[in-house]
Design a protein around this ligand. Structure first.
Ligand code: GLA
Length: 386
């Protein structure tokens, strides 16, 4: 669906639901990390970028302090008063918006009532940050309604707070930051401690292709928290000999070898992955604009091995997808998803798989094997990175 058709369809549905035209439109993109899995909550570095799938909100202000929410993607909406915002167990997607409104209200922004209709093209529960896209589109809506200008990093922090405190997911800043700050066609080198970033252009001809394994995932209250705790435990033990270490970000690969004897085996494996992944992000930030395919191949391969063997993020469907992609024309490198999920009866690792292909337009079809029926292609075409 092109932009105009999407807008027309949303406006028509808005009219049907609420009567009248929407007067405000906001949008925010999904995202994918190219390198730097689980480094954000370790104060580390990530190479991340927005994707060409996004979430739109069409809205109109109300004067009675009420908020009404509907979506073109899913049945069931929400309606509540600004003075009484509570978690909605029936239409869970509405909590990402309600949480943002509540957090921004608590932070002192002028918040008004509104009617809103949401539409997203970000695949839900695929590790492509559909939640953050919704939060950031909602935050921009509240910003517009308030008449104030809020800088993107502040919007990202408010969105993260909404997800942590209202939705109940203990995520880092990566998803919201990328959605709020990222620009099409350009990767970001994010410093999660200082909340700063630098644009990293992709060398001409490089294309990021994301395949979604469609394996089920649920971030809240799962292995994600366990990994965070294991990293924190590693830092606690390292600090007994190196009190200057505040997070794994402060430990180089060489220094880690001096400390590793202090750590129980499982904690050591988790921490090693993060320390090495941080170093890979820095190397990737050089290789990507240079189009150094050999380096990209090696970095992705090492990241995937570490994610599987040290951080235990991988599942068989990811292997199958990677194997299929390796035989695709133009394939340069592939690696794992960024998230953890819970599979019935045990832990798993997850979501989307991404790989770099060259030249643009390298084909990957649903018939490429592995999870053939479920394989999805999201191509991120190189655009001007200004
Ligand atoms: C989820 C979280 C992010 C980040 C990634 C893993 O997407 O929301 O903050 O921790 O997992 O890299």
């Amino acid at each position: 669906m092109n932009r105009q058709a999407r807008r027309t369809q949303m406006a028509a549905e808005f009219m049907r639901l609420y009567g009248g035209e929407p007067t405000l439109w906001t949008r925010a993109p999904g995202r994918v990390d190219l390198m730097g899995s689980h480094t954000d909550y370790n104060d580390g570095f990530i190479l991340t970028m927005t994707i060409d799938r996004d979430t739109w909100i069409a809205a109109r202000p109300r004067d009675d302090g009420r908020i009404r929410l509907h979506s073109l993607n899913v049945q069931g909406g929400g309606e509540f008063d600004l003075a009484q915002i509570e978690f909605n167990r029936r239409a869970r997607w509405t909590n990402y918006m309600a949480g943002v409104v509540k957090i921004m209200q608590a932070a002192g922004y002028t918040v008004r009532g509104f009617d809103a209709l949401v539409h997203t093209t970000v695949p839900v529960a695929s590790g492509l940050s559909s939640s953050a896209a919704l939060e950031m589109a909602a935050a921009r809506l509240v910003e517009q309604l308030s008449g104030q200008t809020i800088d993107p990093v502040t919007l990202a922090r408010l969105g993260q707070r909404a997800e942590n405190q209202f939705v109940g997911v203990n995520c880092g800043i990566l998803d919201q930051y990328t959605s709020a700050v990222g620009r099409a066609g350009c990767a970001l080198l994010l410093d999660a401690r200082h909340l700063t970033s630098q644009d990293i252009p992709l060398a001409a001809g490089l294309q990021v292709v994301i395949g979604d394994t469609r394996a089920p995932r649920n971030l809240a209250g799962t292995e994600y928290d366990e990994r965070r705790t294991q990293c924190e435990e590693g830092v606690r033990l390292i600090r007994t000999v190196a009190p200057g270490v505040a997070a794994l970000r402060d430990v180089s690969v060489a220094e880690f070898e001096q400390y590793v004897g202090l750590l129980p085996d499982l904690v050591a494996r988790r921490c090693r992955f993060i320390v090495e992944e941080n170093a890979r992000v820095q190397a990737m930030a050089q290789a990507l604009p240079a189009g150094d395919c050999a380096a990209l191949h090696r970095l992705f391969a090492d990241s995937y091995t570490g994610a599987c063997e040290l951080y235990e993020l991988c599942v068989p469907s990811m292997d199958a997808m990677l194997a299929a992609m390796r035989s695709a024309p133009g394939f340069i490198a592939g690696r794992q998803a960024r998230r953890l999920w819970r599979l019935p009866g045990g832990a798993g690792g997850g979501g989307a798989d991404r790989r770099l292909c060259q030249p643009c337009g390298a084909t990957l079809s649903a018939g490429d094997g592995g999870d053939a029926g479920h394989l999805r292609r999201l191509s991120h075409r190189r655009r001007k990175c200004s």
